[in-house]
Ligand binder design. Structure first.
Ligand code: ADP
Length: 334
């Protein structure tokens, strides 16, 4: 099981859906984004208007989909969910837009992966609540304008810098989600354990929280793996010994690095002498997509201070070498 991937199977999705907070008040951590969003929502409600379009950026598993659903919930409206990769033709988007109802939320996950032609259609839809349906081909083609009901677009992206400026500028508000503190993750886990009817100790949950890469999705996933261990090999209680043993089985180290994180770090150190090395070279060496390395592994390794980005490429830090128990070759650390 890949612990870091956003894409997940059926069982995984069902488990996630069960634990999603419904209202803004249940959303743990991220105080800034929560406050900003509640202002946007309350002000729109007071004016009796659909709120401005919202862009949410941050690594996978930090709560972007959850917030989109919360926005719809707080607006007492419905949500339509799609993703950039699913919108490959302008026609796909036109079909979705033209079926929206007044005040609905349209959530586009991975909005940076949308096809170019659809992007331009989206600009007009966001600004003027209109789509131009093109009828015919070549010089005889005509654009027939179609009015849309007012809707709120919520876009999610792993990094807002991936979006073309004209699209970014059409969002009234951008919320940046950052990795969670251990204390916030522990609160997430206490809530999850309670909802799932698990018996858990404080130190057990704290151990899971501190090894969850600052990510609620991973925390909830590890919680279920630790429960498995507790039921099959332990006392049935999610406690510290169960957490330590289960996390060893699933190759999550004391600092929360998973197999991909460690592969990236150790390849950087051992094959490339600590760097600098370009992202695509690094990705090929660990047999992963460059996007996965850049959007999933790298942000966490950078946040932990184990690697750094330089204009010439990725470099292992002294802390990165130390984490692997290795000594850097002389003169590579500047
Ligand atoms: P993203 O869309 O950013 O990849 P999700 O919104 O799908 O992340 O969140 C993944 C899981 O983590 C959800 O099932 C949800 O239960 C949990 N989660 C995320 N953020 C929070 C939070 N702030 N409080 C509680 N649970 C959260």
């Amino acid at each position: 099981e890949r612990l870091t991937r956003a894409g997940a199977g059926e069982v995984e999705r069902a488990a996630e859906a069960a634990l999603r907070p419904k209202g803004l008040g249940d959303f743990i951590g991220q105080p800034q984004v929560r406050e900003q969003l509640s202002l946007v929502l309350d002000a729109a409600a007071a004016r009796g208007k659909a709120p401005d379009h919202v862009l949410l950026s941050g690594p996978p598993g930090l709560g972007k989909t959850t917030l989109a659903m919360i926005i719809a919930h707080e607006m007492r409206s419905q949500i339509r969910i799609t993703s950039g990769p699913a919108v490959q033709h302008a026609g796909d988007l036109a079909a979705i837009l033209s079926s929206l109802e007044e005040g609905e939320v349209l959530f586009i996950d991975e909005i940076h992966r949308m096809a170019r032609a659809a992007e331009e259609m989206l600009y007009v839809a966001m600004e003027d609540f209109r789509v131009d349906v093109i009828v015919g081909k070549g010089p005889g083609a005509t654009a027939i304008p179609l009015e849309l009901p007012a809707f709120t677009l919520v876009g999610a992206t792993t990094r807002s810098g991936l979006l073309p400026a004209p699209l970014r500028d059409r969002f009234g508000f951008t919320g940046h989600l950052d990795f969670y503190t251990v204390a916030d993750l522990q609160t997430v886990l206490v809530r999850s354990a309670r909802m799932l009817g698990m018996e858990a100790s404080e130190t057990g949950l704290q151990e899971i929280a501190s090894r969850s890469r600052g990510t609620p999705r991973i925390a909830n996933r590890l919680l279920r793996r630790v429960r498995d261990w507790a039921q099959v090999r332990g006392t049935g209680v999610v406690d510290l010994p169960a957490a330590r043993s289960a996390l060893e089985v699933y190759e999550v180290d004391e600092r929360g690095l998973d197999r991909l994180d460690r592969a990236v770090l150790s390849t950087l150190c051992t094959r490339f002498a600590g760097g600098p090395v370009g992202l695509s070279t690094l990705a090929v060496s660990v047999a992963e997509e460059p996007e996965t390395v850049e959007e999933v592994a790298e942000p966490f390794l950078v946040r932990e201070g184990l690697i750094s980005r330089t204009p010439r490429g990725r470099v292992a830090t002294a802390d990165g070498w130390a984490h692997l128990g290795l000594t850097p070759p002389d003169g590579t650390l500047g």
